[in-house]
Design a protein around this ligand. Structure first.
Ligand code: SF4
Ligand code: FES
Length: 252
């Protein structure tokens, strides 16, 4: 027997643009199936608002299956909501109870200005990747399989770090709005692979310096980032990034 449909109170952050003052608006939404995804619930809210002549709530989404990293909101104070290891699009309404109030906000960080409602500008993440998140491998016929051996522990930690989808939840969850977990994931991914070796020092120096220039805060080892990360990337990556940075500095 399927569970009963729910009525939910919503407090949604509405803001026209980065310069406008934002505020919470209250909405009541009924007949929500517990099997509906959180984004489907927002779709339903928007259909309702459009019918009433109210501008719909802007939010980002693309894959709706935890891959692209575009969906992003803080739900009741938690980046990506209450489900561990899940993106906003992977949260289902059964995570909440009939009559619950959901407070829905955009990522809060100076480096991520609000574009509209729940949509923020995450271009700083792209610029950090552009500063060093690439390899110097020449193009051409691909090398024979296993021509470049990688140990199993290195391959596994590179793959774990490569799971980062660039959502920015680590920044939103951090009281300092530090982007260290994101940057460390990119650096770990390439530092563990032979293809990443040629640009290793340049990569970490450029990417870490850019974190400051983009206005992100400093990491003080609080660990909220790893709790919020939908890909469960561990804070150990930040320790590796620091070692990489010190190593590069000593060689420069
Ligand atoms: S480290 Fe985790 S929380 Fe941060 S951007 Fe990558 S996937 Fe998102
Ligand atoms: S919409 Fe792609 S990760 Fe949520």
């Amino acid at each position: 027997m399927s569970a009963k449909n729910m009525t939910i109170q919503l407090q949604v952050w509405r803001q026209k643009n980065a310069k406008a003052e934002g505020k919470f608006e209250n909405y009541t939404l009924s007949n929500i199936s517990p099997d509906m995804s959180f984004l489907e619930m927002l779709d339903m809210l928007n259909e309702d608002l459009i019918k009433k002549g109210v501008p719909p709530v802007e939010f980002e989404s693309d894959c709706r299956e935890g891959i692209c990293g575009t969906c992003s909101c803080v739900i009741n104070g938690q980046a990506h909501g209450p489900v561990r290891g899940a993106t906003t699009c992977q949260v289902y309404m059964r995570a909440f109870k009939d009559g619950d109030t959901l407070v829905i906000e955009p990522w809060r960080a100076n480096a991520f200005p609000v574009i509209r409602d729940l949509v923020v500008d995450r271009a700083p993440l792209d610029r950090i990747i552009a500063a060093g998140g690439y390899t110097a491998a020449k193009v051409g016929p691909h090398a024979d399989a296993n021509a470049m051996l990688v140990s199993k522990p290195d391959a596994e930690s590179a793959m774990d770090a490569a799971a980062c989808i660039g959502c920015g939840a680590c920044v939103a969850a951090c009281p300092n709005a530090s982007v260290s977990l994101f940057t460390a994931a990119k650096i770990t991914h390439l530092a563990k692979l032979p293809q990443g070796t040629p640009l290793r020092d340049q990569r970490v120096l450029r990417m870490v310096d850019l974190m400051d220039q983009e206005g992100f805060g400093h990491c003080t080892n609080i660990g909220e980032c790893q709790s919020a990360c939908p890909k469960e990337i561990k804070i150990d990556a930040i320790a590796l990034m620091r070692r990489e940075y010190m190593r590069a500095l000593s060689r420069s």
